[in-house]
Design a protein around this ligand. Sequence first.
Ligand code: SF4
Ligand code: SF4
Length: 162
Amino acid sequence: MLPLAPMMSEIIDRLFNYNLRGWYRYLRLKITHKHVKIGGSCSMCGACCSSIKLQSYGRSFSSKKRFLQLSNEYPELERFQIIDRDYSGNLRFRCQWLKPDHSCQDHEQRLPICHSFPEPEMYFTGAVLPKECSYTFVEENNFSWILKKAQHKLHSKESHQD
Ligand code: SF4
Ligand code: SF4
């Protein structure tokens, strides 16, 4: 059980980041005692580095000015070049560190968002994997819950026999 303060901050984060479909998925997995994990492996297609929706505090960038201001504060953002906007008006970026062979110019220095892509939380936020991506979201049973249930069943059977 999480202490109250971190639990509240986790709930607030979810309220800001999850969309309607994400909440449906989250609650369905809770009820069915499942969780989501990432399946597959990277085929180095480069799609995730060539069309990126960056976010700050859970919000996508729609203002070029705001993004440029932030780039001045955080020079590591300068590698991202604005390419266009999505249908909601949010900016899309291409990383200039992406090499023609789809490898990263400096794999060791890549950002935390690059390290963690794709992460299971994306399943709840409405973010979608590029169609070229060979990773998938996989729903699977929560084995610790299944084990607990089996132990409970065994325990009650033994108590009835006593
Ligand atoms: S830093 Fe490397 S891994 Fe990250 S978006 Fe750019 S090219 Fe891709
Ligand atoms: S889109 Fe998926 S498969 Fe393609 S480079 Fe990114 S992580 Fe790898």
